[in-house]
Ligand binder design. Structure first.
Ligand code: SAH
Ligand code: SF4
Ligand code: F3S
Length: 451
C-alpha cells in the first residue's frame, strides 16, 4: 500500500485549497493510474499523506487475489469513522474491485460517494466536480472495448525520481483460467506510439533515466492495429529517440516472446538485460488447465535462446501453487523447473479463487494447508537459488544507476535490475557509477564505489 505525496513547496494554496489522499493497492499499472488521477485533479486539490485531513479520499483497488480485495474492506471500515467525524468528506473507490463489484460496493459501504472502474479515471475531474456541485453518488463501470486511452498533456509528477513507469497498453485478451484481469480491465488496447514517446520525452526532461514500459502482456503491443508499430518496433523507436536511458518492460507472456524480441536484448543499447517472464507452473498438465498456451519445453527453449543472445540476462518469474488439480507430482515439476532455469527472483502465490473465472468452476481443489506447505517449500528452494544467482556478481565491477540516498548510504540498480547498497553521497543520485560488488544478500547486493 502506498500513498502519493507531492512536495509542499509545489502546491499553490490559492489554486488548490482542498486536500486529496490516494491509497493504492495492486500492480504498477495501478500506481501509474493513481499518479494520473492525482495529476488530473491537481488544479482542484493538493495531495496530503494524512487521510484524516483530506476532503477527498480515493482508494485505487486490486482484485487479483482474495487477500488484495480484503485489504479494501478493512480500509473502508476505517474510512467510515473518518466520514462520521467529517460528513463533508468524499470517498471514491477506483480500480479493479470497483469494476468487479460496481453498485454492490454501496451495499457493503453505503458511505462511499463514487465507484469507478479503471477506464473511468480519465473522467475523474467531471466526477469530482459533479459531487462538489451537490450531485448524487455515482457508479462508472462501463467497459468499452474500443476505448481510446486519452492523451493527458501535463507531465506526470516525478520530481527528483530517477525511475518511472509508462503504461503502453491496457487490458488483456488472454483469459488464463485463474485470472480476473481480463474481466476487470477489459480488452487489450495499445496506446499510440507518439503518445508514449512524448511521455517518455517529458520524463527524460525531468531527469528520469530508467523507464519501465507497462502492460499485462506487452509482447502483443500494437497487434490489433496492423498499421502501427509492434512491440519490437516500439522498443527500436524508443531506443533511437532516447539513447541515454535504461529501458525495461513488464510483463511478457512467454507464448508471445518472439525471436525478434529476444534479439532486441542483444541489439538495443538501452534495453536492459532483465526480463520478467511468468511461468506459473512447471507441469504441462497444469499449464494446459491454466490456458497458458505454452509447454514446459517451449518455456525452457525461450530461456535458452535468451541466454544465448544475452548470457548474463536476469530472468525473474511468477508462480502459482495449489491450482485446482495440482498433484504432488505436478508440484515436483514446478520445483524441478526452478532448479533447471535458476531464476534470480520468483514471486510465488497460493492459488486464490476469483469469482467468474473458468478455474472457479474446476474440480479437485487443493486444500489450504497443502497450498501453504507447497509455498513454503518452494520459497525455501528459490531463496537458495536466488542467493546463488546473486553471488555471480561478487568480486565483479558493475555499472549502476544511483536512485536514492538515505543515512549516508546510496541505493542503486544494475542493468540487470539488482539493487545495490553502498556508502556514498546524495549528490550521486541520477548518475551512473562503477561499483565493486563485495557481497550478495537475499534480493540485494552490497558494493563499494570504484574511483
Ligand atoms: N499479466 C501478467 C500477470 C499479471 S497478475 C502475466 O500474465 O504474466 C500477476 C501474477 O499474479 C500472475 O503472474 C500470477 O502469478 C498471479 N495471479 C494471478 N491471478 C491469480 C490467482 N487467481 N491466484 C493466485 N495468483 C494469481
Ligand atoms: Fe491474467 Fe493471463 Fe492476462 Fe496475465 S496474461 S493478465 S495472467 S489473463
Ligand atoms: Fe490488481 Fe488490477 Fe493490477 S487486479 S494486479 S490492480 S490489473
Amino acid at each position: 500500500m502506498k500513498s502519493l505525496v507531492r512536495e509542499k513547496d509545489e502546491i499553490s494554496e490559492k489554486s488548490a485549497p482542498r486536500r486529496l489522499h490516494i491509497v493504492t493497492f495492486g500492480c504498477q499499472m495501478n500506481e501509474y493510474d493513481s499518479q494520473r488521477m492525482a495529476q488530473m485533479l491537481m488544479g482542484r486539490y493538493c495531495l496530503t499523506p494524512f487521510p484524516e485531513e483530506a476532503d477527498l479520499i480515493i482508494v485505487n483497488t486490486c482484485s487479483i487475489r482474495e487477500k488484495a480485495e480484503h485489504k479494501l474492506y478493512s480500509l473502508l471500515g476505517r474510512l467510515k469513522g473518518l466520514k462520521k467525524r467529517n460528513p463533508a468528506l468524499k470517498i471514491g473507490v477506483a480500480g479493479c474491485v470497483a469494476q468487479q463489484l460496481g453498485e454492490m460496493l454501496f451495499v457493503k459501504a453505503p458511505y462511499v460517494d463514487f465507484v469507478m472502474g479503471p477506464q473511468g479515471l480519465y473522467d475523474i475531474v467531471n466526477i469530482v466536480k459533479g459531487l462538489d456541485e451537490g450531485g448524487e453518488r455515482l457508479v462508472r463501470v462501463d467497459l468499452d472495448n474500443d476505448f481510446d486511452i486519452p492523451h493527458v498533456e501535463a507531465p506526470l509528477p516525478k520530481k527528483g525520481e530517477v525511475r518511472a513507469f509508462v503504461t503502453i497498453m491496457q487490458g488483456c485478451d488472454n483469459f488464463c483460467t485463474y485470472c480476473i484481469v481480463p474481466f476487470v480491465r477489459g480488452r487489450e488496447i495499445s496506446r499510440p506510439s507518439e503518445d508514449i514517446l512524448r511521455e517518455i520525452g517529458s520524463l527524460v526532461d525531468q531527469g528520469v533515466r530508467d523507464i519501465t514500459l507497462l502492460g499485462q502482456n506487452v509482447n502483443s503491443y500494437g497487434k490489433k492495429s496492423p498499421k502501427g508499430v509492434d512491440f519490437p518496433g516500439l522498443l527500436k523507436e524508443i531506443d533511437s529517440a532516447f539513447p541515454d536511458i535504461r529501458l525495461r518492460f513488464t510483463t511478457s507472456h512467454p507464448k508471445d516472446l518472439s525471436n525478434e524480441l529476444i534479439e532486441c536484448f542483444g541489439r538495443l543499447e538501452t534495453l536492459c538485460e532483465h526480463l520478467h517472464l511468468p511461468v506459473q507452473s512447471g507441469s504441462d498438465k497444469i499449464l494446459k488447465r491454466m490456458n497458458r498456451r505454452y509447454s514446459r519445453a517451449q518455456y525452457l527453449q525461450k530461456v535458452e535462446k535468451l541466454r544465448s543472445v544475452c548470457p548474463d540476462i536476469t530472468i525473474t518469474t511468477d508462480l502459482i501453487v495449489g491450482f485446482p488439480g495440482e498433484t504432488e507430482e505436478d508440484f515436483r515439476q514446478t520445483m524441478s523447473l526452478l532448479e533447471e532455469v535458476r531464476f534470480d527472483q520468483a514471486f510465488a502465490f497460493k492459488y486464490s479463487e476469483r469469482p467468474g473465472t473458468a478455474a472457479a468452476r474446476f474440480q479437485e481443489k487443493v486444500p489450504e494447508d497443502v497450498k501453504s506447505r507447497r509455498l513454503t517449500e518452494l520459497l525455501k528452494i528459490q531463496n537458495r537459488i536466488g542467493l546463488e544467482q546473486y553471488r555471480r556478481f561478487e568480486n565483479r565491477i558493475c555499472e549502476v544507476l544511483v536512485e536514492s540516498f538515505r543515512d549516508s548510504g546510496i541505493t542503486a540498480r544494475t542493468r540487470g535490475n539488482h539493487v545495490v547498497n553502498m556508502e556514498g553521497a546524495g549528490g550521486l543520485v541520477g548518475q551512473l557509477i562503477n561499483v565493486y560488488i563485495e557481497r550478495a544478500c537475499h534480493h540485494s547486493l552490497i558494493g563499494r564505489i570504484v574511483h
